[in-house]
Design a protein around this ligand. Structure first.
Ligand code: ATP
Ligand code: MG
Length: 390
């Protein structure tokens, strides 16, 4: 095998006794992403994980792309294997990193030896290869403090490896190391971003979507499933619980004051979410709410919505401006789908004068005559589960 991928591990190396749990989770997340791309060997030594193709059929370009989406990895590079001689390492640096060496002005060579029987010290190897490259490329000057390019040499047991500086990885913690949460996924910009942010902190996700057929179209439902699918390179395979919400909305419209409509709807969403969470082992709920963005996202409105559940509600966008959420949505690839113009269940029944400072007692009084239990039960029983991603 002549090429492999090196992953530099992030924060998880700080986790002391839990380190092995974190490393194992990361390794199984990596293995799952690589499965469709060929047979690979994955192993960790000293906060670097090595991804080694076991046959020429492995798709290394796709594997490299896939590894950029793995949370828990802070840096990623492709390395070329060669014979364990200084001459072979020099030749490999020239052929493998030729474009980078021609483009840079300053550089240094950094070496590591896992094989202590290699006849040169790391420093001597760096000096020799660095000196040769300096002679060969008139554009290059050695700068050991702030080089534009670092040529990395690693002498391992069975081969040597040459690579350039790592690219940034996805960061965060391996998905699954922080528990499981239920994310409320609408068709908007914010909730996919909120989901991604929690996955980044190591949370495994289940998705729930409230669907108001025939007020919202089948395309609106497809759009949400597509958003979930776009998140799977980051989160792994996802289950979307599609909840029929029409009956609840019709009941609310029939019997409740219009200005409380959105709030009452959101309280129903939370009650149903709690039911789904209980059935799926989720210990928190995630939403894309941002303080003050709309009437239902004021501090008082959030308190009234949150009052129906004892589960923690994570709102990672709470302190973000819209532009910041949009920037992340573009980066993670959900933006273009989010802005497709299909209506959401919340926009179908929007009150003209929504309450921004609701009081919990008032809301509870309005809900009093509703068949709360029956409506929630009916919605939970009507759930359709859709799996997305590999
Ligand atoms: P988004 O861009 O995520 O739709 P938004 O700014 O449009 O958010 P709202 O429509 O008030 O805000 O929704 C706030 C949050 O409630 C969403 O981020 C999402 O987590 C949840 N939510 C809203 N509508 C739905 C829905 N139909 N299904 C599931 N969750 C929803
Ligand atoms: Mg929305």
């Amino acid at each position: 095998m002549t090429e492999m991928i090196l992953l530099k591990l992030g924060e998880l190396v700080l986790k002391g006794a839990n380190r092995h749990t974190f490393e194992d989770k990361l390794k199984s997340n990596i293995a799952r992403r690589l499965r469709p791309l060929g047979k690979f060997r994955v192993y960790t030594r000293q906060s670097t994980t090595y991804v080694e193709p076991l046959s020429d059929a492995c798709d290394m370009d796709a594997a490299y792309e896939a590894m950029k989406h793995v949370f828990g990895v802070v840096g990623i590079s492709r390395a070329k294997a060669c014979e364990k001689t200084r001459e072979a390492m020099l030749e490999t640096a020239r052929s493998y990193l030729g474009d980078k060496l021609s483009a840079a002005h300053t550089f240094k060579v950094e070496s590591k030896r896992a094989d202590k029987s290699f006849p040169m010290t790391s420093i001597a190897l760096s000096q020799w290869v660095g000196g040769e490259l300096d002679d060969l490329y008139s554009n290059l000057q050695v700068d050991v403090h702030q080089p534009e390019l670092t040529v990395h040499l690693e002498v391992r047991d069975y081969a040597a490896f040459v690579h350039a500086d790592p690219e940034p990885g996805a960061g965060g913690l391996p998905v699954g190391t922080s528990g499981r949460a239920l994310s409320l996924l609408s068709g908007g910009i914010d909730s996919p971003v909120a989901s991604w942010m929690m996955a980044k902190r190591g949370v495994a996700l289940e998705m729930v979507h409230f669907y108001s057929y025939p007020y919202t179209s089948p395309e609106a439902r497809e759009k949400v499933l597509e958003l979930a699918k776009l998140l799977t390179p980051w989160c792994g395979r996802l289950t979307v619980h599609v909840v029929p919400f029409t009956h609840i909305q019709e009941e609310l419209r029939r019997s409740c004051p219009e200005d409380y409509f959105t709030l009452l709807m959101r309280r129903f969403m939370m009650r149903i979410a709690e039911g789904v969470a209980r059935r799926t082992g989720c210990r928190a709920v995630v939403t894309g709410e941002s303080l003050g963005q709309v009437a239902s996202q004021t501090m008082d409105a959030m308190a009234v919505t949150g009052a129906v559940t004892a589960l923690p509600i994570f709102r990672p966008l709470v302190g973000m401006d819209k532009e910041e959420a949009v920037r992340i949505a573009r980066k993670i690839g959900t933006f273009e789908t989010s802005i497709l113009p299909y209506e959401d269940c919340c926009t179908v029944f929007t009150p003209r004068h929504p309450r921004t400072r609701p009081r919990l007692e008032d809301v509870e009084a309005i809900e009093e005559p509703l068949d709360m239990e029956g409506l929630v039960k009916e919605a939970l029983e009507g759930i359709e589960r859709v799996q997305v991603g590999g």
